[in-house]
Design a binder for this molecule. Structure first.
Ligand SMILES: *Cc1c(COP(=O)(O)O)cnc(C)c1O
Length: 460
């Protein structure tokens, strides 16, 4: 082997191919581009097939035309509204389209923005509630230094809310979930409210189980409270997963701006909005609920345009990918995709149920998510972690994990079905589950017998 790699060296005859690719210090010399591409790409070879990743809500497929459009727009900076005015107009169109899907009462009063994902969107929703609360509490003569403000949410919250509370110094008051309430307990929620409550978060699609909080019932409770106290307590709906699913599949379900006290809603464009990760959205029903201090202006066509995101520079390609889907699929296209995904999930749930050893927690109807536990009397010598291992041999990535606070002794397993998961793939998965269960029933050794509940795979 020669010491020098020439431009003509075969990739796998190169010096670089015999070295580690992951370096913690820059190489001194450049590497040929073809070689760099191949070796870095190969480094990812053990990561599994994203489309068999049943653990994630995040989109793992987009049409080639969408990919092309996104690849050709990576260089556009979403914050440069003046330089990319059409992109800015498209972002605004997305906000209006989503506002329409969420039944915003008045498009002129509606305000919203794209974000990197729901986490950034939730930070903004939480901050708006905190700022508004502070102003009103001061006006009511409350000593706002006396104790920390608080936010109310069910214990099935996604970690971004814990981050919000830590970053912005807010107490998180969690309403416990129990087996009868795998979502927020509406009868108990108001017990947690006091003068220091900045708002209540309802979740449309609890990450653990896919259940919807009953936002309509929550709205009734909040309405009664506001009538009685003259306050303007608001609900923020975390619709990370359901916000782009329910409008198409359950258009009559009232969870959105049709409800008077729902002041803001977020969603992840990269979940059922069907865009590759990094796009989210937050909308406020009315500018009244977004305190002015949180709005900053950037220049736009000689004038100004309001922005309210936390991040500044990022590629506009995800926004354009979102618009591609809106424009290309239309309402009916989204509905067809989601209804088919729902059918797939329900078929998997039925297959799981037919083993008679699993208790189904979510059957795929409200969100195309199947989750289940092993029945107490299942009488098997293996657990869900063992099943996950066996499925991994066929390339399926399936998480198993304990439920949150108060239900932490319940271990569940969850399949998230996405738009690119067809019935043919589902049938293959079902066959693989059958084979895995048969194998485990015959096995002498259970790999994970003594481990107890722990998180296996990602659960976002
Ligand atoms: C996924 C999820 C989030 C976080 O969303 P990202 O877009 O990944 O930042 C927040 N809340 C809920 C309910 C989720 O399911």
């Amino acid at each position: 082997m020669s010491e020098e790699t020439s431009i003509n060296s075969p990739i796998f005859g190169s010096i670089q191919a015999s070295e580690n690719v992951i370096l913690n210090k820059l190489r001194k010399e450049p590497v040929n581009a073809t070689l760099a591409y191949r070796l870095i790409k190969d480094q990812l070879i053990d990561e599994g097939n994203a489309r068999q990743n049943m653990a994630t809500f995040c989109q793992t497929y987009m049409e080639p035309e969408a990919q092309k459009l996104m690849a050709e727009t990576f260089e556009k900076n979403a914050i440069d509204k003046s330089e990319y005015p059409s992109t800015a107009a498209i972002e605004e169109a997305c906000v209006n389209i989503i506002g329409d899907l969420w039944n915003a009462p008045d498009q002129k009063q509606l305000i919203g923005t794209s974000t990197v994902g729901s986490s950034e969107a939730c930070m903004l929703g939480g901050m708006a509630m905190k700022f508004k609360w502070r102003k009103e509490a001061e006006a009511r003569g409350i000593d706002i230094q006396k104790q920390r403000p608080n936010l109310i949410i069910s214990s099935g919250y996604q970690v971004c809310w814990e981050k919000f509370c830590v970053y912005w110094d807010v107490d998180m008051r969690t309403v416990p979930m129990d087996v009868n309430h795998m979502s927020i307990d509406v009868d108990k929620v108001m017990d947690y409210v006091d003068e220091y409550t900045i708002g209540i978060v309802g979740i449309l699609g609890i990450t653990y189980t896919g259940k919807y909080d009953d936002i309509k019932a929550l709205n009734d409770k909040v309405e009664a409270f506001n009538q009685e106290t003259g306050r303007e307590l608001g609900i923020h709906v975390d619709g990370a997963s359901g916000g782009m699913f329910a409008p198409f599949v359950f258009p009559d379900l009232e969870w959105d701006f049709r409800l008077k006290n729902v002041v803001s809603i977020n969603t992840s464009g990269h979940k059922y909005g069907l865009v590759y990760p990094g796009v989210g959205w937050i909308l406020w029903r009315d500018r009244h609920f977004l305190p002015e201090e949180l709005i900053f202006n950037v220049s736009y066509l000689g004038g100004e345009m309001p922005t309210m995101a936390i991040n500044f520079s990022r590629s506009a390609s995800q926004i354009l990918g979102q618009y591609y889907n809106f424009y290309r699929f239309g309402f009916d296209g989204y509905r067809e995709i989601h209804l088919r995904t729902q059918k797939v999930a329900m078929k998997i749930a039925k297959a799981i149920d037919s083993f008679d050893i699993f208790e189904i927690y979510n059957d795929g109807e409200n969100l195309p998510i199947v989750c289940y536990r092993l029945k107490d009397d299942a009488n098997v010598n293996w657990n869900l972690y063992d099943l996950a291992d066996r499925l991994q041999m066929k390339g399926w990535q399936v998480p198993a994990y304990p439920l949150p606070e108060d239900l932490e002794n319940v271990e569940i397993q969850r399949f998230v079905c996405r738009g690119d998961f067809g019935m043919n793939m589902a049938n293959a998965l079902i066959e693989d589950i059958k084979a895995a269960v048969a194998e485990l029933d015959k096995a002498n050794v259970s790999m994970h017998a003594d481990e107890g509940p722990h998180v296996h795979g990602f659960t976002h």
